[in-house]
Design a protein around this ligand. Structure first.
Ligand code: ADP
Ligand code: MG
Length: 238
């Protein structure tokens, strides 16, 4: 678990400013959802937290430590993407343990972590299968399993369910909520789906054109949106 703090974070690509000064405090154990229309900067912001994009200016702090220039692998994070590339020639078990093997962890510890993650995600019965023998939802669970075994302080999700069909999306949403309860970890979750945001979040951050438009609990944003944009996006009309 860790506090994540963003202070005056900006991102420019040449002359184009895509993140325009974001301040945000995320508490340890909190489930925070970034919502906003396509192109508003959700992924860019998440990728800066992950260390996959440089921060143009401002300060990122995780667990009290300044992280701007810290290697992604040393930030205590694990990220789950919308498109999750599993290794097709490896079994579920091997896919989940791969990053740990690569990092040189002892086999007994890897086996223990993979077994724990498999139990949480109800993948126990599928451990010897290969990705080609799994459904979309099962594959996405393996992708989440790969993140869980790393025991990160913070999980970052970028639209992890948007490639799944509607019914699976509902089931996975319930699983992710359960995961958050069981692991009691900090989650930063990007989506453009209002229903996902409303059902999962402790706190919703509404982004618009690279800026934070409003931050609040799902209920407070619904009941008391600051403006028409927020109202149109999640709230009832003001
Ligand atoms: P979202 O995830 O909310 O849909 P993104 O964070 O992907 O939005 O993108 C925010 C803005 O930054 C968009 O206008 C996008 O075109 C721009 N952008 C993203 N990556 C780059 C890049 N590598 N070079 C230039 N512009 C980029
Ligand atoms: Mg995106």
């Amino acid at each position: 678990m860790a506090d994540v703090s963003l202070a005056a974070i900006r991102k420019t690509y040449g002359a184009l400013e895509v993140i325009k000064g974001v301040d945000l405090e995320i508490k340890s154990g909190e489930f925070v959802v970034f919502v906003g229309p396509s192109g508003c900067g959700k992924s860019t912001l998440l990728r800066m937290i992950a260390g996959l994009e440089d921060i143009s200016s401002g300060t990122l702090t995780i667990g009290g430590q300044q992280m701007n220039d810290v290697d992604p692998s040393k930030r205590g994070l694990a990220m789950v993407f919308q498109t999750y590339a599993l290794y097709p020639h490896m079994t579920v078990e091997q896919n989940m343990g791969f990053a740990l093997r690569f990092a040189g962890m002892e086999k007994s510890e890897i086996d223990r972590r993979v077994a724990d993650a498999a139990k949480i995600l109800e993948l126990d019965a599928l451990m010897t299968r290969k990705p080609g023998q799994l459904s979309g939802g099962q594959r996405q669970r393996v992708a989440i399993g790969r993140a869980i075994v790393r025991q990160p302080d913070v999980f970052l999700f970028d639209e992890p369910l948007s490639n799944l069909d509607a019914e699976l999306r509902v089931n996975m949403r319930i699983e992710i909520a359960r995961l958050h309860k069981e692991l009691n970890t900090t989650i930063i979750y990007v989506t453009h789906d209002q229903v996902e945001a409303m059902t999962l979040a402790d706190k919703i951050v509404v982004l618009r054109a690279g800026k934070v438009e409003q931050v609040g609990t799902p209920l407070s944003l619904y009941d008391d949106p600051d403006n028409m944009f927020v109202a149109g996006f999640i709230g009832s009309p003001k």
